[in-house]
Design a binder for this molecule. Structure first.
Ligand SMILES: C[S@@+](CC[C@H](N)C(=O)[O-])C[C@H]1O[C@@H](n2cnc3c(N)ncnc32)[C@H](O)[C@@H]1O
Length: 285
């Protein structure tokens, strides 16, 4: 469902805003948080935020059965968090795509430095085309940026082998939120996080089940991921972050402030049961 962020924008304007945000924020994010740009999965609550992020990557890889030699397409790859982790820890060979040129450059350098079998390409996921078919299509914390998620899933299916896995983690509407445009908790999240469309976990399940897949894992994992937002709130108060903020260019301050607002907006939406952290893993039949 369309959100208040995207409702009055063209597809190009949506993508330009998202690209600018990641071009600007990714180098800062890498310094503060590392190269995974997604929620953590807290098992004990005592893990570092980076360990919690790796927990989520590991959980998805386990549930999807990613194994040595698998070709994985990492859609909305950020600065290579998943791609590098899957290559280093699962022996996968990965291709990551993002619409942010800055992210592609950073991810490529990290892969080179770490001698990892990961390639990164500048590409809009909603227009992607590949000659080859992959063992897994991995979309971690990226699909809600896309204005046309259902048609993305349909088109991406052509790039997945039979028996291949479609892996999604993202923020999803709680079943009782009927209209993200008017919900007082969802509206500020979509606007500050630049989320173009939002759906419930059940909606994703319907798409996959009616689109030639069988569901192998689906879970509301909010109880494990919600601490992400407490950790993020404490990070932005760290002296190193405040010091970095002092060097941000005047014209970029609005972007950064918007991002800071997104953290408390997300925390409130999770606490008030408007959004969930959801996982869907489906196998192509
Ligand atoms: C929150 S980050 C997640 C990055 C990465 N998956 C991770 O977990 O570290 C969202 C990513 O989606 C990418 N993205 C957003 N819209 C996109 C599009 N239309 N095509 C390709 N990538 C897109 C952004 O550039 C960014 O890399």
């Amino acid at each position: 469902m369309t959100t208040s962020f995207s409702k009055d924008l063209t597809g190009t304007a949506v993508k330009n805003k998202i690209r600018r945000f990641y071009d600007l924020g990714s180098p800062l994010y890498l310094e503060v948080y590392g190269n995974h740009i997604h929620d953590g999965y807290y098992l004990t609550g005592n893990e570092t935020k980076q360990a919690a992020q790796e927990n989520l990557t590991k959980l998805l890889a386990e549930k999807a059965g990613i194994k040595r030699g698998d070709r994985v397409l990492d859609v909305g790859c950020g600065i290579g968090g998943s791609s590098l982790w899957l290559a280093e820890n699962r022996g996968a060979s990965t291709v990551g795509i993002s619409i942010s040129p800055v992210q592609i450059e950073i991810a490529g350098k990290l892969a080179q430095d770490r001698h990892v079998d990961s390639e990164f390409l500048l590409m809009d996921a909603e227009k992607m085309r590949f000659e080859e078919k992959f063992d897994a299509i991995w979309v971690l914390a990226a699909i809600t940026h896309f204005p046309h998620q259902k048609s993305f899933v349909k088109k991406a299916t052509a790039s997945l082998k039979q028996g291949g896995k479609f892996v999604i983690f993202d923020w999803m509407l709680h079943e009782h939120v009927l209209d993200p445009l008017s919900d007082r908790y969802v509206k500020p999240v979509s606007e500050t996080m630049l989320l173009s469309s939002l759906y419930s976990l059940n909606t994703y399940l319907e798409w996959f089940m009616s689109g030639g897949y069988r569901i192998i894992y689906a879970e509301d994992v909010t109880v494990h991921t919600a601490k992400t937002w407490d950790d993020a709130l404490s990070v932005i108060k760290e002296p190193a972050v405040l010091k970095m903020a002092a060097h941000i260019k005047k014209e970029d301050i609005g972007e950064i402030l918007r991002f800071l607002k997104s953290i408390s907006a997300m925390k409130a939406a999770m606490q008030n049961h408007r959004l969930i952290g959801g996982i869907v893993i489906a196998e192509k039949l």
